[in-house]
Design a protein around this ligand. Structure first.
Ligand SMILES: [Zn+2]
Length: 106
């Protein structure tokens, strides 16, 4: 008996519609921010083969971690690698929002 990958039991052929587009390598979206138009690419993780420093939290993004790459539309040389959460936090951050700090002190 040879060990095999477990297959979903039950019905014979998986009927999954296959999109022509390769989502893992070309899922770029354009996002408009206060400081410019950004091209945003989601990295699935398997395609990242070295650690990057996230400019959002100044922490390293370990290898093979799903994350976000973003750059100004006209400045692809300055690509930045972000944690997904840090990028979405950045999007929420608005310069004119008044900060209220009700958090208890440590
Ligand atoms: Zn981060």
């Amino acid at each position: 008996m040879s060990p095999r990958k477990s297959k979903p039991k039950g019905k014979g052929k998986p009927l999954i519609p296959i999109d022509e587009r390769d989502i893992t390598t070309s899922s770029e979206v354009i996002e408009e921010h206060d400081d410019g138009i950004f091209v945003v690419r989601k990295i699935s993780g398997s395609t990242s083969n070295k650690p990057y420093r996230c400019p959002g939290c100044d922490q390293m993004i370990p290898m093979a971690t799903p994350h976000t790459v973003a750059w100004l539309e006209h400045d692809a040389e300055l690509r930045r690698h972000w944690h997904n959460i840090c990028w979405s936090k950045r999007n929420m951050r608005k310069p004119k929002v008044e900060r209220t700090r009700n958090a208890p002190r440590y």
